[in-house]
Write a protein that binds this ligand. Structure first.
Ligand SMILES: O=C(O)CCC(=O)C(=O)O
Ligand SMILES: [Fe+2]
Length: 379
C-alpha cells in the first residue's frame, strides 16, 4: 500500500512535543499567578482525531443556546449597568469597535456580562486594556456566553481545557513563515464555521505583545451586507453555502484520498439573535461554495462578497494592542485578520476562549443594522 500523504500542518500538530520556546516573562508571571502547572511543558497539546467522522461527531448533537445579549435586549437595551460603571466608552470607528475603560472583566456582574454581550452584538468587537485576568477567569466569563469550545487539537493552557493558546511563534516552529508567507492568523476568516453551532462571543486576551506591530483587524458583517444593493441582497438572502474546517482529517473509508476538511452547510446571510439584524456571513478562508449554483457562478459571487468585506475600510477597525488587553468579538457578525509584521521581533502571546452560539438562521423579515437604526440609504 502506498504511504498516506498527510499535509505537514497536520503531522506537526499531531506530534505531542515538549515546548522548546521560552515563555515571555509577562506571560509566565500571569500563568504563575494563576497557579498553572508548567512542569509538563507549555502549552498542553491534545492528541488530534485522525478520522473525519470522529472529528465531525464532536458537538454534532444540537443544544439550546441561551443568548446573553438577547437577555440584555429584553431587560435593558440601554445597557445601564455596564455603561454607567465604565469611566469611558469610546467608539473607535462609526460602524465597528468600541473601547471600554475603568472596568475589570473579572469583576462584572451577571447583568453587566449580559449587557456586554449586547454591546458586542451591536458594535461587533469591544476592547478592554490593562486587565488582570487569569485563564480560569477568562474561561468562566466565556461560560456565561455559551458552551465553551474545547478544541480537539490546538495547543491549550495546561489544566484549563477550553482556553487555547494563541502564540504565533509556536506555530512558526511547526510551519516556517516569512514575509511573503506570513504566520499566525494573517488572513481574513471567521472561527469555527464548520461547527454545527459555530462561534459566538470570542475572547482573546493578549498578555504579551510586540512594541510595534501585531495589530488585529475586524470587519463588520452587518455593514458588508449593507454595502450591497437591495436587488443584489435578494440574490443571496436565504441562500446556503458550504463552510469548511481549518484542520483536515482522513476519510476512514478512503484514507489514501488524503486529508479532507469537515464541511457544514449554513446560511450565507444570518440574523443575530440579540440585535435581530442581518449580517453577511462569508469569509475567504472557509466559505467554499454556494449551494445550488455552478462552481463558476459561486466563485464569482463569493469572490465579490469577500471583496466587499475586505476592501471597504470604512467597515473595519484595526486595533493596536498593549499588553494585558482583551478583545471580545462576535464571530457571527464579523471577519478578522491578524497582521504578522513583527517577524523576529518581540513575542506575542495570548489565550482565547470561544463561546459557541446558536445554529445560524436566516429570517427574511429581519432588518439590516442601518434599517433598524433609521439610517438606511435611499438608493
Ligand atoms: O492573533 C490574533 O490577533 C487573532 C488570532 C485569531 O484569528 C483568533 O484568535 O481567532
Ligand atoms: Fe481567528
Amino acid at each position: 500500500m502506498a504511504p498516506i500523504a498527510i499535509d505537514p500542518q497536520i503531522r506537526d500538530v499531531a506530534q505531542p512535543k515538549k515546548d522548546t520556546l521560552a515563555l515571555p516573562a509577562t506571560t509566565r508571571e500571569r500563568l504563575d499567578r494563576a497557579g498553572i502547572d508548567l512542569s509538563n511543558g507549555y502549552p498542553y497539546r491534545p492528541a488530534r482525531p485522525l478520522y473525519l467522522d470522529d472529528a465531525f461527531a464532536i458537538r454534532n448533537e444540537p443544544w439550546q443556546h441561551d443568548d446573553a445579549g438577547a437577555r440584555a435586549a429584553k431587560t435593558d437595551k440601554n445597557k445601564t449597568a455596564l455603561l454607567s460603571a465604565a469611566s469611558k466608552v469610546t467608539n473607535l470607528t462609526s460602524h465597528i469597535g468600541t473601547e471600554i475603560e475603568g472596568l475589570q472583566l473579572k469583576d462584572l456582574t451577571s447583568q453587566q456580562r449580559d449587557e456586554l454581550a449586547l454591546l458586542i452584538a451591536e458594535r461587533s468587537v469591544v476592547f478592554f486594556r490593562d486587565q488582570d485576568l487569569s485563564p480560569q477567569q477568562q474561561k468562566e466569563l466565556g461560560e456565561h456566553y455559551g458552551k465553551i469550545e474545547v478544541h480537539p487539537q490546538v495547543p491549550q493552557v495546561p489544566g484549563v481545557p477550553g482556553v487555547t493558546v494563541i502564540w504565533p511563534a509556536l506555530q512558526a516552529t511547526e510551519r516556517a513563515a516569512n514575509f511573503r508567507n506570513p504566520g499566525g492568523a494573517s488572513r481574513w476568516h471567521t472561527d469555527l464555521v464548520h461547527e454545527r453551532q459555530p462561534a459566538g462571543i470570542t475572547h482573546l486576551h493578549n498578555d504579551t505583545v510586540p512594541k510595534i506591530g501585531g495589530d488585529t483587524l475586524w470587519a463588520s458583517g452587518y455593514s458588508a451586507y449593507e454595502k450591497l444593493s437591495p436587488e443584489f441582497r435578494k440574490i443571496i438572502d436565504g441562500r446556503k453555502a458550504v463552510y469548511q474546517s481549518a484542520h483536515t482529517y482522513l476519510d476512514r473509508k478512503d484514507p489514501e484520498a488524503g486529508p479532507k476538511h469537515i464541511e457544514r452547510v449554513h446560511p450565507l446571510v444570518r440574523v443575530h439573535p440579540a440585535t435581530g439584524w442581518k449580517a453577511l456571513w462569508v469569509n475567504r478562508a472557509f466559505t467554499k461554495r454556494i449551494v445550488g449554483l455552478d462552481k463558476a457562478e459561486s466563485d464569482l459571487i463569493l469572490g465579490y462578497l469577500f471583496d466587499v468585506f475586505e476592501k471597504n475600510v470604512d467597515i473595519q477597525v484595526r486595533f493596536r494592542w498593549t499588553p494585558r488587553t482583551s478583545a471580545l468579538w462576535d464571530n457571527r457578525i464579523t471577519i478578522h485578520n491578524a497582521s504578522w509584521d513583527y517577524e523576529g521581533s518581540e513575542p506575542r502571546h495570548g489565550t482565547r476562549v470561544t463561546a459557541l452560539a446558536e445554529e445560524p438562521y436566516y429570517d427574511p423579515n429581519a432588518p439590516s443594522r442601518r434599517q433598524a437604526l433609521g439610517l438606511e440609504d435611499l438608493e
